[in-house]
Write a protein of this length. Structure first.
Length: 338
């Protein structure tokens, strides 16, 4: 049974955090949020998800992360899963999640989501999960200079979505027919808040982050580690070493430079089956999946190694762009090139 290997392991307020970001690990091309939360975070939203039995050597938080990677969590994307042992981080704080069922509301777009893995038994294991959740929530509030009044429930955002009014904790606990969440914490929400407040009062140490030194890797694609030509601390040196058909990737797996001089305006490309089509060079949200013959709109490499494509050779270079460009496709999905 394959177990995920975290890219970094840190400790936040006594909780072990295993970092495994979907922005870096997305082999199945699952749909991803694309809205930035940088400088916009207003709080932490707490959820409950059900306890699951897992194999020896792993934890429920790791298995929920693995289920997300395998596209078994439908459209749920959260920042953290936490259990009685540790937490697994799925999204960077700079990226919004899909968890509050409020569309483009503040729940999804401006809060960090924690899924606390528990059961209705509320046994010692559940209580340890809840305690880890409280520690993590306090640490995150502290990190962003927020107080206990910025701790929210999933139900809070449902009530806001439905146009209800009230004080924060009224909205946190007010009945909503769509969902009452966190289901296992809500019955004692006041006590949970007191626990979070106690960890805030005790102070929460900063994240013991790993080295932030940037390394640039030259590969055909981020997933193709065997094709790597080298790793460089200097972006310019990495670009110099980047051969035609290769890209330079940062530590998060983002293509920051692509040597696409082999591609030209109007060139015919055979796009492989089930290839993700994007609406821009930067978005991580897949518009749809395509295959077949297309043409390079201008042959210019964009961010993340993507090229603009179109359906007919006579459309190449024509304006307005929105009318003639089908979308953006990563060059490593090009098959036979004409």
């Amino acid at each position: 049974m394959a177990i995920l290997r975290p890219d970094a392991t840190t400790t936040l307020n006594g909780v072990k955090i295993n970092e495994y970001l979907l922005t870096k690990h997305n082999p199945n091309h699952i749909d991803m949020p694309s809205v930035s939360m940088a400088g916009k975070i207003i709080g932490v939203t707490v959820h409950n998800t059900d306890w699951i039995t897992v194999a020896s050597g792993t934890t429920p938080a790791e298995q929920y992360t693995r289920a997300t990677v395998n596209n078994n969590m439908k459209d749920v994307r959260v920042h953290y899963y936490v259990d009685n042992i540790c937490a697994w981080q799925n999204l960077p704080h700079s990226l919004s999640g899909w968890h509050a069922a409020d569309g483009s509301g503040n729940g999804n777009r401006r809060t960090i989501a924690i899924e606390c893995i528990m059961s209705s038994a509320y046994n010692s294991t559940d209580k340890k999960s809840e305690d880890n959740c409280a520690k993590l929530a306090a640490a995150l509030l502290k990190q962003y200079g927020l107080d206990i009044n910025h701790l929210y429930t999933h139900t809070h955002w449902l009530n806001v979505r439905d146009g209800r009014n009230g004080m924060i904790d009224q909205l946190n606990t007010m009945y909503n027919r769509y969902k009452m969440c966190p289901a296992y914490i809500l019955p004692h929400w006041t006590e949970f808040k007191k626990k979070v407040q106690s960890y805030l009062n005790a102070g929460t140490p900063a994240i013991s982050a790993p080295s932030t030194k940037q390394i640039y890797r030259v590969r055909k694609s981020w997933a193709d580690a065997k094709s790597q030509l080298g790793a460089y601390s200097s972006l310019e040196n990495a670009k110099k070493a980047c051969k035609v058909g290769y890209s330079v990737f940062d530590a998060n797996g983002n293509a920051v430079y692509t040597n696409g001089s082999q591609f030209t305006k109007g060139q015919k490309v055979a796009i492989r089956a089930n290839t993700p089509l994007f609406a821009s060079a930067e978005t991580t949200s897949v518009t749809r999946r395509i295959s077949g013959t297309y043409y390079l709109y201008d042959g210019i490499a964009c961010k993340n190694g993507r090229y603009r494509i179109t359906t007919k050779p006579e459309f190449c270079g024509k304006t307005p762009v929105g009318r003639f460009v089908t979308g953006y496709v990563s060059w490593d999905n090009f098959g036979v090139i004409g």
